[in-house]
Structure formats: structure tokens, C-alpha cells
Design a protein around this ligand. Structure first.
Ligand code: BES
Ligand code: MN
Ligand code: ZN
Length: 506
């Protein structure tokens, strides 16, 4: 990942390839934002006029490159739009800063070092800029991920200097360190999601978790197909039995000696979802390597909690399987016995996520954690309901659902609370099992939540994040969001772990 430094240097004297400045959208044209005073001075105070002449308005997503005047050490100035200026006594919206920094980092692909002279009122604003820049400067590089050295042609911006910050100030230092860890873990999740499914399958995902777990002092336990069969994990075995690569359940545990609370995170880890015998039609298969995004987010969040040394126990459960059609695959009509004994008639093998999650939720419940959050690319219905950028939040506890929704908002991950109407349960009745894995078509995302609820232990607070929309970004990059895996939910889970550690969640 790119390197981040805090710097007291002035934008005029910093040796870098580019200086990034912010511009807001004023009533009469672009307005240079605070932080860019030295740059504006080098333009004889005419930076806004120059930008307006070039067609800039200060709108969000805008990036305008200019040759730097002689007063600056850097050869290029990059002006990024921040949108409307904040109200008089208010600071900039952190998500606007994050996105502008991300846009800047992407526009500087191929350059080595940039100084960011964006408005940094306090450590939180600096953290937002750092996050945007570190996340925007991401690109999937197979050679890097596979540990080979070949230099990438269009390498992301390598060095990010945050100007106007205080490197020796405790709050600024902590903000920069946290941003580095969190973004490294978001980018780790993105790498896992972007890896082709012939390279990332249940076995290699489990091996990766073991290796990274060792590096960060986590306890990693892997149940292989023999252990899963013996243990009665019928959901994972049933979904994975059509593939030549068998399923895995991985438990990744971070513990703190003084922790008072334990958080369990459960991730859907379908390394490829073909639909199985209920095969997906062409056009619906091409991006289904992303169906392990929940497990990737959970893994990234547990590693982040460990690296940040949070005073909370966080246990991640990665439910890994490949959903393939074959002579050994589960048929529509088969009945599976899930971990814990409940039986499910599989009427559609493409509703596989809820089956692997059921096993993992029952197993996670056995340890009686203070709360469980599962994360899954679970339903196309949630994408129809909330679109491509917003995840749905369901829960068996109103306050917990609200907390998760608010946390997501706070960290810049769009989310929305969704209900779990009890009447949907009846449509999953089965004549041959406790229930079927599908029911009525309307409200399909909510129905999936109602199904999962059946597998959460009595009295355990639980939330379900359906990230099918935002997990994988197919259109043009924007802000700090690249094409492909986004690492959706990592930042929400890390903040949740922090609040749980601080006892701020009741
Ligand atoms: N992995 C898919 C859901 C999905 C859709 C994720 C689009 C990301 C983008 C899931 O396993 C699935 O196939 N769900 C079915 C359920 C249906 C058969 C009840 C769906 O949503 O169509
Ligand atoms: Mn499916
Ligand atoms: Zn799926």
C-alpha cells in the first residue's frame, strides 16, 4: 500500500510530484479551500480564476491538473472539487474530504509522491483525507498479491504527505496510524475479492487466513471437509459437495486480556457462485467471484482489531465453499441437516449463502458472544431494493440495528435499515424438513434475513448486513471506490469493534 506521512512542510517548499488542493463550489464559481493558501499565493491569488477559465466548478468528483507556477517546488498542482462549502461554523463533511482525496489519488496514478494541501481542521479531518487517499490509491496487482516482484506499469500513487498536519501531535499521529491499518485491511479484503476464483478457493482462502493470522498473532482454526462431515455441518457440506475443492469453516480469533465483551463476525465465503444445479444464466455468472466479500470483510476486520490492539475479543467465522453443479452436487429437493440439527429442504441451490451461514451462525452462537454480525452478498433482491452502493441492515434488536446503521453512516459506508416481517417465515414451510431455503419471491432480501434468524442462538443480539449491492463495483471508479472489490463493511465492522471495546454500545 502507499505510504502515509504527516508533514508540517508548506505546499510551496515540499519536494513532490504534485500538490493537491481543494476547491468548493461558490455561487459565482470555484473557491479555493483552506490549506491551499501557499499555492494560491504562488498563482498571485488567481488560482480560482485560472480554474474557472479551465472549466472547473468545485463540484464533487472534479479533478483539474495545472502546471505549477515557479513559486512551488512541485511541478504540478491538482485541484479537486469538494462540492458546496460547509456552513459558517462547520467543518467539511468527512465523506466529502474522503472522496476528494480518493479522486486525487486516482488522478495521480503513475506519479510517485504528492502533498495533500486539503482543509485539515482537526485530526478527524486528517484521518478522512488519509483514508480517501490510501483507499483511492489502490489497484489490484496479481503480481503483488502473488508475491512476485514485477513492477506494475500504472503503479498507484506511492507516497502521500498530509500537509498542514502536526506529526508530533498525539491525536494526529493516532489518526494516521489508525487510517493506515484500516485502509490496509480494506485493501486486503479488496485483494481477496479481486483474486480470480481459480486462485482463491476455500482451501487457499483458509491457507491465506492461517498465514496472516500467524503474522498478527491471531488464533486460526480450520475445519476441513472431514471435520465438517464429522461435526454435522450439513449446510457447508451440502453447498460445497458439487465442487472439486471441498469447503472449509475457518475460526479466526483475536483476544485481548482485558476484554469485557466478545463480538462474533460471520462472513459468507462462497468463493464462486455458479448457482449450482439451479445454474445462473449467462450474464449473472461473470462477477460471482465476489460472493466471498462477506468473509473477506470479516477477516480484514478481525486483523484490524488485532493490529489496533482493541480491548475487545473479536471472533471471525469464515464460511467457505464453492457452489458448483456436478454429479455430486446438491439437487433441488435434497434435505440437508444443518449444524445443530435443523433440517432444510433445498428448493433452489442458488440460495446457498443462507445455508453456509446457518451452520456458521449456530456454531458462533455456541460460544455465547455479546453480539453476532453476519456479512453477506446474500440476495439480488437487496440490490433491487437499495441499489449498487447501499447495504441493508437487519437485526433481531432495534437498538443494535440503529447502531449499525449509524456507524455505517459515520464511516462513510451508505446503509439502510430493513425489516424482517414475521409473516414471511410461513412461506418457507416444507413438507419434508423444518423449512425450505426459499419462500415467496416478494421481499426476497428480507426473507433471507428471516431464514438466518432461525439459526441465531436464543437471546443473542444479532445483525445481518446484506452487502450484495456495494461489495463489487462494476461501473467507473468514483471517489475512493475502485472498480471491482470495494472492501464494503470492513470500516463499519472496525468501528463497531471500537465502540464495543469502549463500552459505547450499551
Ligand atoms: N450470491 C447471490 C446474490 C448476489 C446477487 C450477490 C447479485 C451479488 C450480486 C446469491 O447466492 C443468490 O444467488 N441469491 C438468489 C436467491 C434466490 C435464489 C432466492 C438471488 O438473489 O437471486
Ligand atoms: Mn447463489
Ligand atoms: Zn451466493
Amino acid at each position: 500500500m502507499s505510504a502515509l506521512t504527516l508533514s508540517t512542510s508548506s505546499a510551496a517548499t515540499l519536494r513532490a510530484d504534485a500538490i493537491v488542493v481543494g476547491v468548493t463550489k461558490g455561487p459565482k464559481g470555484p473557491v479555493v479551500a483552506s490549506g491551499a493558501e501557499a499555492v494560491d499565493k504562488a498563482f498571485d491569488g488567481k488560482l480560482a480564476t485560472v480554474l474557472e477559465t479551465l472549466g472547473a466548478t468545485g463540484g464533487e468528483g472534479e479533478a483539474t491538473k495545472l502546471p505549477a507556477p515557479s513559486g512551488l517546488k512541485a511541478p504540478v498542482v491538482l485541484a479537486v472539487g469538494l462540492g458546496d462549502a460547509p456552513a459558517k461554523d462547520e467543518g467539511f463533511d468527512h465523506e466529502a474530504l474522503r472522496r476528494a482525496a480518493g479522486t486525487a489519488a486516482r488522478a495521480l496514478t503513475g506519479t510517485k509522491k504528492a502533498g495533500f494541501a486539503l482543509p485539515t481542521e482537526d485530526a478527524e479531518a486528517a484521518a478522512a483525507i488519509a483514508e480517501g487517499a490510501l483507499l483511492g490509491a489502490y489497484s489490484y496487482d496479481a503480481a503483488r498479491v502473488n508475491g512476485k516482484k514485477d513492477a506494475q506499469k500504472n503503479a498507484p500513487l506511492a507516497e502521500i504527505a498530509l500537509l498542514g498536519t502536526k506529526p508530533r501531535d498525539k491525536a494526529f499521529k493516532a489518526a494516521a496510524e489508525r487510517a493506515t491499518v484500516v485502509c490496509e485491511e480494506v485493501n486486503r479484503a479488496r485483494d481477496l475479492i479481486n483474486m480470480p476464483p481459480n486462485d482463491l478457493h476455500p482451501k487457499s482462502f483458509a491457507a491465506t487466513a492461517q498465514a496472516a493470522g500467524k503474522e498478527y498473532g491471531l488464533k486460526v482454526e480450520v475445519l476441513d471437509e472431514k471435520a465438517l462431515l464429522k461435526g454435522g455441518f450439513g449446510g457447508l457440506m451440502g453447498v460445497g459437495q458439487g465442487s472439486t475443492v471441498p469447503p472449509r469453516l475457518v475460526r479466526v480469533a483475536y483476544t485481548h486480556p482485558k476484554a469485557e465483551k466478545t463480538l462474533a463476525l460471520v462472513g459468507k465465503g462462497i468463493t464462486y457462485d455458479s448457482g449450482g444445479i439451479s445454474l445462473k444464466p449467462a450474464g449473472h455468472n461473470e462477477t460471482m467471484k465476489c460472493d466471498m466479500s462477506g468473509a473477506a470483510a470479516v477477516f480484514g476486520a478481525v486483523v484490524a482489531a488485532a493490529r489496533l490492539g482493541l480491548r475487545v475479543n473479536v471472533t471471525g467465522w469464515l464460511a467457505l465453499a464453492e457452489n458448483m453443479p456436478s454429479g455430486s452436487a446438491t439437487r433441488p429437493g435434497d434435505v440437508l441437516r444443518m449444524y445443530g440439527g435443523k433440517t432444510v429442504e433445498v428448493l433452489n441451490t442458488d440460495a446457498e449463502g443462507r445455508l453456509v451461514l446457518a451452520d456458521a451462525l449456530v456454531r458462533a452462537s455456541e460460544e455465547n458472544p455479546d453480539a453476532i454480525v453476519d456479512v453477506a452478498t446474500l440476495t439480488g433482491a437487496m440490490v433491487l431494493a437499495l441499489g449498487n452502493r447501499t447495504f441493508g441492515v437487519m437485526a433481531n434488536d432495534d437498538a443494535f440495528r440503529t447502531s449499525l446503521y449509524e456507524i455505517a453512516e459515520e464511516v462513510g459506508e451508505p446503509a439502510w435499515p430493513m425489516p424482517m416481517p414475521a409473516e414471511l417465515r410461513k412461506s418457507m414451510d416444507s413438507p419434508v424438513a423444518d423449512f425450505a431455503n426459499i419462500g415467496e419471491r416478494m421481499g426476497g432480501g428480507l426473507l433471507a434475513g428471516v431464514f438466518l434468524k432461525e439459526f441465531v442462538g436464543e437471546g443473542i443480539t444479532w445483525a445481518h448486513l446484506d452487502i450484495a449491492g456495494p461489495a463489487y463495483h462494476e461501473s467507473a471508479p468514483f471517489g475512493y471506490t475502485p472498480k471491482g472489490g470495494t472492501g464494503s463493511a470492513v470500516r463499519t465492522l472496525v468501528r463497531l469493534a471500537e465502540y464495543t471495546a469502549d463500552g459505547d454500545l450499551g
